[in-house]
Design a protein around this ligand. Structure first.
Ligand SMILES: NC(=O)c1ccc[n+]([C@@H]2O[C@H](COP(=O)([O-])OP(=O)(O)OC[C@H]3O[C@@H](n4cnc5c(N)ncnc54)[C@H](O)[C@@H]3O)[C@@H](O)[C@H]2O)c1
Length: 409
């Protein structure tokens, strides 16, 4: 099989390498020449558990290119963000990818859309572009990705997959292809249902986190420890409340529920959950202001820019929202995340990051932050806000810190 994967990001590259490792000839196509050059020089554009070893094993069957060639299979794994300043899916990359496939596709070839899209996108946008006003016969399926950064490769292999085909033959062919590396079950359905299922999954998590966040606000008001309360509530066999935090980030949960909302007038809880989660960065800044209210010209340090622990992905991260809101309130903000590269203001060392600071605000639950020795920090005012409840607070208290934990009243 000659397979072209369009988009060599967090999803497209691991998928390409798994397919190459399974014996297919894979051409990864990306409009970003830097990524193409890097890969062809044998370097990876980002880190992910196990990807270096997989790249070594698969690289004889894999090349990167900026040009799409005719192939047996085309997989679209391009980004689907929100339109700038809007709560609507920006499908430009999907549209462009479909157009480039339409210019090279031949009869009986298979196109698979992996990108997350609003329900109906396959039927109303991608398939019509591929048909290109001709009676061309091709196979088409939507196979949404469910993997999580940090465990992408493991989950791509072991998670169950869902395949929505435009017809049975398309679903069957796609299932056959994914069976070459997927060890989970593979379920088939229609394209629109597959699109909907993917969005339901992330919306379910977004609403659960919004509930945890609302519980944390209630707990703060009532003088309760929400972390202890959630732990006890989760002992109930049918209760599984997720964790509260400073807001939801990433390319999925913070965005995908809005793809449902834009397609239906019936979504209420979906929109409300987004609003609650989006309000958390402002709540964190309120906690900060309370903590440093007596300090003139204050400076704070945000620990963690990634949207979640132990990854370098900063997309939609609440850290940037907290920074922007705090700066708007006249607070100087320093930032520090040793896992994240290419962010201009990112302090080089923890020592630089906390120097002349009046409050440390822990935003990302990186494991390495747990090892910080508060005794060793040269800080101006010993204040700490832990929005993830991950630090050993007694050692920070012993080091003289005033501490506030999100969700504890
Ligand atoms: N990252 C995740 O954890 C995750 C999980 C599940 C689903 N998804 C979905 O998968 C899709 C891809 O996400 P990602 O995280 O890999 O994105 P990404 O931004 O990491 O990578 C996308 C790549 O596509 C390239 N690209 C854009 N337009 C192109 C085109 N027309 N032709 C070829 N390449 C093009 C970009 O240059 C980029 O390198 C999105 O729809 C996302 O919602 C992502």
């Amino acid at each position: 099989m000659k397979i072209s994967v369009l988009g060599l990001g967090y999803i497209g590259l691991p998928t390409s390498l798994l397919l190459a490792d399974a014996g297919n000839t894979v051409i990864g196509v990306d409009i970003n020449n830097k990524i193409v050059d890097l890969l062809n020089k044998g370097q990876l554009p980002f880190d992910e558990t196990g990807i270096i070893d997989l790249f070594q094993k698969a690289k004889n069957n894999f090349t990167a290119s900026d040009t799409l060639e005719t192939s047996d299979v085309y997989i679209i794994a391009v980004p689907t963000p929100l339109e700038k300043g809007m709560k609507l899916a920006d499908l430009n990359a999907v549209r462009n990818a479909a157009r480039s496939i339409a210019s090279v596709i031949k009869e009986k070839q298979l196109v698979i859309l992996e990108s997350t899209v609003p329900p109906g996108t396959s039927e109303n946008l991608v398939v019509p572009i591929l048909r290109n006003n001709m009676k061309r016969s091709f196979y088409y399926a939507h196979c949404p990705e469910r993997a999580i950064p940090g465990k992408t490769l493991h989950e791509m292999v072991f998670n169950d997959r869902i395949i929505g085909g435009i017809d049975e033959e398309s679903a069957k062919k796609t299932k056959q292809l994914y069976s070459s590396f997927v060890k989970g079950n593979i379920y088939t359905t229609s394209t629109k249902t597959a699109e909907f299922v993917k969005l339901m999954e992330n919306t379910f998590r977004d609403i659960n986190i919004a509930l945890a966040n609302e519980f944390s606000l209630i707990a703060e008001e009532l003088g309760i420890d929400v972390w202890e309360a959630i732990e006890i509530a989760n002992k109930h066999p049918r209760v599984d409340i997720l964790k509260p935090g400073p807001g939801v980030g990433g390319h999925c949960i913070a965005i995908d529920p809005l793809f449902l909302a834009e397609k239906s007038s019936k979504s209420r809880i979906v929109t409300l959950a987004r609003e609650i989660n989006d309000s958390m960065p402002r709540h964190v800044v309120k906690m900060v202001k309370e903590m440093i209210k007596d300090i003139e010209n204050p400076t704070i340090t945000i620990l963690g820019l990634a949207y979640k622990g132990d990854v370098d992905d900063t997309r939609e991260s609440p850290a940037f929202k907290i920074k922007r809101i705090a700066e708007g309130e006249g607070i100087n903000v320093k930032i520090y995340d040793p896992l994240v590269k290419d962010i201009p203001d990112n302090s080089k060392t923890l020592k630089d990051a906390v120097c002349n600071t009046d409050c440390i605000v822990l935003v990302t639950d990186h494991e390495l932050f747990k090892d910080i020795n508060p005794m060793s920090l040269q800080i101006r005012t010993k204040n700490l806000i832990d929005t993830r409840n991950i630090l050993n607070h007694s050692i920070w208290r012993d080091a003289g810190y005033r501490i506030k934990i999100l969700g504890i009243g």
